[in-house]
Design a binder for this molecule. Structure first.
Ligand code: FES
Length: 134
């Protein structure tokens, strides 16, 4: 479990942390991905379901630091309802970092963890629909 310090986070990041969007699970998800960061032990799991037009529905659960919970909330908000291929391009470590005006020192791996798990879940869902995203 990472530090719960609120120092150095933007107001937007703290707002997402205090009121995270898209928390939960999707029972018939096409793709699920889960990762534990080896250094801090923070865990993130993301469920993705695609409709017939490949638009994304997404939920997450996290046992993680402020930055990862906030980034997962923002990332799922950005991904929800847009095509899976767009998620892979638009919701990235960089776009999450930009959205929050950067992350505090030592926390740069948090948006990377979120982007990695989200992309893995989206790619798994696309593969399950017979479309390889890579
Ligand atoms: Fe490790 Fe945030 S401190 S994921």
């Amino acid at each position: 479990m990472g530090s719960q310090s609120h120092e150095h986070y933007s107001e937007l990041a703290l707002e997402h942390f205090r009121n995270p969007r898209n928390v939960g699970e999707i029972k018939d998800a096409g793709g699920v991905a889960c990762k534990e960061h080896p250094a801090c032990g923070d865990r993130l799991k993301i469920w993705v379901r695609l409709d017939q037009d490949e638009n994304v529905e997404v939920k997450f659960r996290a046992s993680a630091c402020v930055g990862t919970v906030a980034a997962a909330s923002a990332a799922t908000t950005m991904a929800e309802g847009i095509p899976a291929a767009d998620v892979l391009v638009k919701v990235t470590e960089q776009s999450l970092s930009d959205l929050f005006g950067g992350f505090p020192p030592g926390k740069s791996h948090c948006p990377k963890l979120v982007a990695t798990v989200l992309h893995d879940a989206v790619s798994a869902a696309r593969k399950a629909q017979g479309k390889d995203s890579r």
